[in-house]
Design a protein around this ligand. Sequence first.
Ligand SMILES: NC(=O)c1ccc[n+]([C@@H]2O[C@H](COP(=O)([O-])OP(=O)(O)OC[C@H]3O[C@@H](n4cnc5c(N)ncnc54)[C@H](O)[C@@H]3O)[C@@H](O)[C@H]2O)c1
Length: 453
Amino acid sequence: MKLAVIGCGYVGLVTGGCLAEIGHEVIATDNDSAKMAVLEAGRVPIYEPTLEPMLASARKAGQLRFTADPAEAIHAADVIFICVGTPPRETGAADLSAIDSVARMIANEARTPKLVIEKSTVPAQTGSNLKRALTVYGRSGGTLFRVASNPEFLREGTAIGDFFHPDRIVVGIEDSASAEQLREIYAPILEGRFSCPVHSGKCPPAVKPEFLVTTIASAELIKHASNSFLGLKISYANVLSDLCEKLDGNVEEVTRAVGLDPRIGPHFLKAGLGFGGFCLPKDIQAFMHLADSVGVDFGLLREAERVNRQRIDRLMEKVHHFLWVIKDKQIGLLGLAFKPFTDDIRLAPALEVIRRLIAEGARLRATDPEAMERTRALFPDIAYSADPYEVARGADALLLLTEWPAYKKLDWARVHKEMARRLIIDARNQLDPLEMRLHGFEYDSFGRAGSRA
Ligand SMILES: NC(=O)c1ccc[n+]([C@@H]2O[C@H](COP(=O)([O-])OP(=O)(O)OC[C@H]3O[C@@H](n4cnc5c(N)ncnc54)[C@H](O)[C@@H]3O)[C@@H](O)[C@H]2O)c1
């Protein structure tokens, strides 16, 4: 099947690359000419494990093509995946202007019937507005457009594996032909007929994914409901962590036991610096805004968001507790990306930590395996180094802000030697408190009993 992908960001590149990998002919486009130049030159503008070789092999096989000309992509395809950004507006509502402008472009350019799929995360009712826009903007005489929703559940850092081993594929449709077309697109995944680029033939055993056919509004709600629930779980664990600090509990013991209950589950119960990234914070805001707009009180989410924002305050309280005065203190930052295995810093908690530390006059050095360049563009005056030991050199404190596995394996005896004051504040609960104390560090983390010196 001939597919077009509009929007070559994270989701567009992963979706386009994976669809090509399972045998479809894909043509991808974006209105960012600099990004298209990079892609057309065979490079990849973001870091995601496996993405670069997968795109290269799909291009070599002639399954994937990039074009800066949207008309070319629209003319070539029967099915169009809209993967543009839906960032938050000041009110918290999703900004759907990119969806609207793509709708206009499709309506103007299409000469044959198209199935137009929302892959971007959008509030419920966007499907019907998209359908209306395609009709209103369309050429007289009218091209037949069908609209569907196919929300994306990928996790940055493991996005390719998530595409090949999903737990569910949700398709919101207005007619059964669209469901059949989408089932055909995903047939190789549903039937296990693919060679997985992540595990090269040795995929971990997995349950067969469910193909869920719903209304378009339900599919849109499913995506916001899923992300919001994940945010709720994290904020719940973070409040537990504050309680544990006051009452001598250990949040890891508590959340592990709580999560063993299959009605609750172990995932997203990790206490620490809270959630960031381009999905959870903005999707929760958009979902709250949507609920408000139809008169439904979703105070539960407002609270989850407030708890999440307070995580930075909690960290700063710890920094003040140990360092007293921050001005002129040298502070090393381990990790900048919003999570490991990505270079994405959008709404990363580390950025707000940096802003606050700079406002108080700290001297900062930072490291991250992938996200230094993006962070440098925002904070050019920080000293950056790929070498964590250099970041530790002469520091009054090290703050661990992203749980890259490499930080667990640092030579802590060497770090100890490098630092001026041996203070580690582990905002991701990644290190073992006992081991850190045995190494001679003052060590603190979130909600782990006895972890405060
Ligand atoms: N990043 C994730 O982990 C993730 C996961 C699931 C869903 N989503 C959702 O998918 C959507 C895209 O997310 P992303 O992370 O890929 O965003 P992104 O910002 O990385 O990519 C969006 C791309 O769309 C392009 N674009 C914007 N307007 C355009 C237009 N009019 N025509 C053509 N291209 C245009 C931009 O140039 C950009 O390259 C969002 O709605 C997001 O919420 C993201």
